[in-house]
Design a protein around this ligand. Sequence first.
Ligand SMILES: Nc1ncnc2c1ncn2[C@@H]1O[C@H](COP(=O)(O)OP(=O)(O)OP(=O)(O)O)[C@@H](O)[C@H]1O
Length: 337
Amino acid sequence: MGRTELQQAPLLEVSNLDVTYRTARGTVPAVRGVSFHVERGEVFGLVGESGSGKSSLVTALMRLLPRGTQMRADTLEFNGADLASMSESGLRALRGSDIGLVPQRPMTSLSPVTPVAAQLRRLTGGQVDDERLHALLADVGLGGLKKRLGDYPFQFSGGQLQRMLIAIAVLAREPQLVLADEPTTTLDATVQAQVLRLLLDLRERLGNTVLLVTHDLSVVAQVCDRVGVMYGGRLVEVATTRQLFEDPQHPYTRALLRAMPSNRAVGERLMPIPGSVSGAQLLPGCPFAPRCDRATDLCHRVDPESVTTYDITPHQSDAGQTDVGRTVRCHHPGSPA
Ligand SMILES: Nc1ncnc2c1ncn2[C@@H]1O[C@H](COP(=O)(O)OP(=O)(O)OP(=O)(O)O)[C@@H](O)[C@H]1O
């Protein structure tokens, strides 16, 4: 691929990805036939309830799955390079420099017994001196902590630690792709908003691409250009954020939207999704069929294929794309009559 073609191609291209864990009690197909792409410069959200396979997908992209886990894909490309066949040294070079990871739990991703400055320097591969470290932290609004960097992680708030880790993952080496796996789950609502704002500000400034994993659709609404919805290891719907909120096609997406607190009037009851995702990957038909208000006999027997449709009146996504299409994996897609 020539340089210009490469710059026009998606930054991340995934086709037919499977991840299967082996456990003492048998195999767990955590990610099944997942296909999607992430355009350069966009914020792509991956949403779904706990156990739907989001973290397994992100861990597969970093090629950090536990030993013995089976992974296969027709395509697994980052910036034109094949991640599936890349050597361990190639992957090490990629992680941190071209792909930055913002962890889920800042407190537990750092050692409790080592001062933060030493850990942050180590995370950059020893490439920053104290002066650069202070500059990076000042850049994410933590200039006031300069004298406290010999302190231990427990002496900082979760929000402060997450800002530090973002400074290292996003600013220190300016990776093209930032993988943020539930970066705000452990933070309270105000701090969560500040951390999301920081990720967006940095994206605007540096022009990077973000893959954001979350179980929270209100986070998607605030920051994502496009979104993929996962259920039972399947990617059941991919759409622009506006399409997803205005015209959800998959019954699971609609159920998730109905369960969002901001979609209910004050005093109106939330509508939790009955049942559980547990074991959905092992069902013969559509994984959502047992919880779906539209399921027919076909849904219980046959797992639907993913169908791509194009919006006839294209929405301009926040990333400025129009012809992105949308996919849905359902025998009876569409809004209720
Ligand atoms: N190391 C592992 N060994 C065996 N099974 C695993 C392992 N990690 C995840 N799983 C299983 O794979 C499935 C998908 O889990 P995964 O953590 O990817 O989902 P998730 O959507 O990211 O959930 P969460 O938000 O809780 O992390 C679940 O059934 C989970 O129990």
